[in-house]
Ligand binder design. Structure first.
Ligand code: MN
Length: 292
């Protein structure tokens, strides 16, 4: 029987927004804390507030890797926090921040398990698999998956190894904004790509079953970007796009994967500055309840 008082999670704040073009996601964790995050978990979680400077001055503005020094400052600390969670036998949960923080979350699981032993389920409206060369914008939140696959320049290195994940163990779900070069990278790397349309056609149930059977016994890092949900249902994020999955559909996918058992989790790109009435925050809390 589960001990309701046993500590199970380490909730880690990863406050960075400059890996994206939109200000605000760096406040997601503090907004959730102000509204009952600690109470939701009770004694089952420890909390790791971000320590130290949140932003650095970009001494050499880098158009190819925008916000590089701040992105890496936050990722280096997130790596250590997530690593500590794994070493203490907890499930670390990274609350971003923009999606650049997935670089360190994936690296922490990989460095404690071995790249061969992990799979990533990436629920996102984008594929986030641009390299520094293929990116049209230079925003690092569009690159964490190519970084994990070892395709990015050394400025983005994090953790002990260059390659943290193999493409055949990467499952992207719900993408609907995909650059042509990203399709090519997915194909070359053997990535399993289920677009939003694929999910609508096949059904969330079948897609999730396929993914879990492909993953087998590997450890799962689940990375959830709120922009996988249609913009009409979850507008508090940097890219509000139509054609997304319904909240109910995304909730069902996350539920099934969490029930199977995950080793770590990201929740990213929630922007509380765009959520005046708190209705999207309530949706996030519904998702966080799945961890109870
Ligand atoms: Mn993303």
């Amino acid at each position: 029987m589960d001990n309701k008082n046993a500590v199970k999670y380490l909730i880690c704040e990863a406050p960075v927004c400059v890996g994206s073009p939109t200000n605000g996601s760096q406040w997601a964790y503090s907004r959730l804390m102000q509204n009952g995050l600690r109470e939701l978990f009770g004694k089952t979680a420890l909390f790791c507030d971000f320590k130290g400077e949140r932003e650095t001055v970009e001494t050499e503005p880098n158009e190819r890797l925008k916000g590089l020094s701040t992105v890496m400052l936050v990722n280096r600390q997130n790596y250590l926090n997530m690593l500590k969670g794994h070493l203490d036998g907890l499930i670390p949960v990274c609350l971003g921040g923009d999606h650049s923080v997935a670089m360190s979350s994936i690296a922490a699981l990989s460095d404690t398990t071995g790249a061969n032993g992990i799979a990533v389920v990436y629920v996102d409206g984008h594929t986030d698999i641009n390299t520094a060369e293929s990116s049209l914008t230079g925003y690092i939140h569009g690159m964490p998956l190519s970084q994990a696959l070892g395709l990015c320049p050394k400025e983005l290195d994090i953790g002990e190894n260059k390659i943290h994940l193999y493409g055949e163990n990467l499952y992207i779900v719900g993408a609907r904004s995909i650059d042509p070069e990203e399709y090519a990278i997915c194909e070359n790397q053997g990535v399993h790509l289920y677009t939003a349309n694929d999910v609508k056609e096949l059904g969330a149930e079948r897609v999730t079953d396929e993914i879990l059977s492909g993953i087998g016994s590997k450890k799962i890092h689940l990375s959830f970007d709120v922009d996988s949900i249609d913009g009409a249902e979850f507008p508090s994020t940097g890219y509000v796009m139509p054609g997304g999955l319904s909240f109910e559909c995304v909730y069902g996918i996350l539920k099934k994967i969490i029930r199977r058992g995950i080793s770590s989790l990201d929740i990213v790109e929630y922007n509380p500055l765009l959520d005046a009435d708190g209705s999207d925050r309530q949706k996030l809390f519904k998702i966080l309840e799945l961890l109870k």
